[in-house]
Design a protein around this ligand. Sequence first.
Ligand SMILES: [Mg+2]
Length: 191
Amino acid sequence: MIKTILLDVDDVLCDCTGACMRHMGLFDWKREDYIIEDRDIYREFANITGIDFSPQRFWEHFKREFWAGIEVTPWCYDLIDLCAKYVSPDNIALCTSPTKCGDCLAGKLDWIEENMPSWLHRQYLMTPRKHFCAAPGVVLIDDASENTMAFRGSGGYSITFPQKWNHARGRVGAEMEYVKGFLDFYNSCDF
Ligand SMILES: [Mg+2]
């Protein structure tokens, strides 16, 4: 049985990569265009433009208003509703990693309050080390393979949300079915 579900925010519930690219001037960028498998947005930007910012310099471009204003993904609310079929709302939390910039932390809180149902406004974990939350019966849904692998390695269960840059890329376009299949499986397991 699943006890708790942790939902990543960036590129699961909100269109973070698309918003970053548009913010940096790549207005026509689409996630289908992602051309490298690595999950570093600043590297994708460098790959397209030839402008090779350090990670710190790249992320300095993104202030509180940016993080607060990212659009939700088309499946955002369907995914939350799906999770609520497996556990009670009290056992669902957002789990998101901020950049090193304090504006990001504050903007993410703004985003939660603006875009999430009220019952999630006090159910969030902001940490770059999501695997510290791993435990039997806890499922992390995240688009970053390194996060899902570390979570599983620390005793939790995880679902890699399909995106062009991860190993589930073959299921882009069928995201809900993919996630539901894993949730059904984990819910049938005896942790
Ligand atoms: Mg993410």
